[in-house]
Structures are given as C-alpha cells and as structure tokens.
Design a protein around this ligand. Structure first.
Ligand SMILES: [Zn+2]
Length: 71
C-alpha cells in the first residue's frame, strides 16, 4: 500500500473510530463508502476490532479499540 492510501485509511479510522455513523469514502479506490462492523473479542469483551469495509470493492482494514459502552 502506498503512503497516500495509508494516510487515507488512517484518516478514515480516526473518523469512524469516534463515530461509526459517519459517511467516509473508500480510501482504496474512492468507489463506495465504508461500512463498519464491530467484532468483540470473546476472550476480552472490553476490546474489539472495528472493521471498515468498502461496500463496493470490499477493501477493508481493522483497528483494535476498546468496546464502547452499550447505549
Ligand atoms: Zn472501494
């Protein structure tokens, strides 16, 4: 992955890490928007992976973060 793409993914992760309802364009090809899937770790439910996946080309990246409190 080139540096510009890494920076776009990092920017997307910063936005969607705070508010998963934000609309963020695909950092990979700018062809769709990112869909958020949260996967809570079975062994440690206080942590999870937040997957950011393009709804068009299915490029994806995950970030590990604390599980947000239930609303
Ligand atoms: Zn895409």
């Amino acid at each position: 992955m080139n540096k510009a793409k890494v920076e776009k993914w990092t920017a997307a992760a910063k936005i969607l890490g705070v508010d998963p309802s934000q609309i963020v364009r695909c950092p990979e090809r700018d062809d769709g928007v990112l869909v958020v899937h949260d996967v809570v770790f079975e062994r440690d439910p206080t942590m999870m992976e937040r997957w950011l996946i393009c709804d068009t080309c299915h490029a994806g990246n995950a970030m590990r973060m604390p599980t947000p409190p239930k609303r």
